[in-house]
Design a binder for this molecule. Structure first.
Ligand code: IMP
Length: 195
């Protein structure tokens, strides 16, 4: 089995995070490295569907083993919303701050603040498809706290912590995050698949 995989993402932060998790055991490259510039398709209504669509797109176009991820914030009192629509909760092209403001408004006076981040990774390996999931449970705060991270980090406190993801140092977030957990499962699978 080859040790080289394309991570179907244009997000350089995610790429760096995954390089650290792969810790030199696998060579992870991005679409630009194989000549693909531009957006990746993400038109499905589930995290699994979007992750698979991105991975299939690159795998079919270049005939190469590939994986992709998709993440959503699932809020219990909102029946799992914004979920797959987390990036554009306040509308197409709106900012992370707009998304947070909408979320806090929806949860105004709501005592149930339970929420989770869920990441799904889809892997295409020798024409077979595999899925890996990472979940972090936590609570939505009443106000924004912290400057680190991105997206909903200023309003999400992971269970067993007092700080929001935006207050925690990146090294800690990247160890316990939904994405880190899904990627750890992916690389565990790949290491054992080779044996
Ligand atoms: P993506 O699928 O990783 O691009 O994530 C979709 C959206 O979910 C992002 O645009 C963010 O709004 C949100 N999101 C994903 N991961 C995180 C995270 O680690 N912290 C905060 N928000 C996140």
């Amino acid at each position: 089995m080859t040790n080289e995989f394309v991570f179907a993402t244009n997000n350089t932060n995610k790429l760096k995070e995954v390089w650290e998790i792969a810790s030199g055991k696998f060579k992870i490259i991005c679409p630009a490295d194989i000549g693909h510039e531009g957006e990746l398709p993400e038109e499905q209504t589930t995290l699994e569907g979007n992750a698979l669509q991105k991975a299939r797109f690159i795998s079919e176009k270049f005939g190469i083993n590939c994986f992709a991820d998709d993440t959503g914030l699932e809020v219990e009192a909102l029946n799992g919303e914004p979920g797959v629509y987390s990036a554009r909760y306040a509308g197409e092209g709106r900012s992370a701050k707009d998304n947070i403001n909408k979320l806090l408004l929806e949860l105004k006076d709501c005592p149930n603040r339970n929420a989770r981040f869920r990441t799904v990774v889809a892997l295409i390996l020798d024409d077979k498809e595999y899925f890996f999931e990472g979940i972090v449970e936590g609570k939505i705060t009443e106000t924004l706290r912290g400057e680190n991270g991105f997206g909903y980090d200023p309003v999400f406190v992971p269970n067993s912590f007092d700080e929001t993801f935006a207050e925690l140092p990146a090294e800690i977030k990247n160890k316990i995050s939904h994405r880190a957990m899904a990627m750890e499962k992916l690389f565990y699978f790949l290491r054992h698949h080779q044996e």
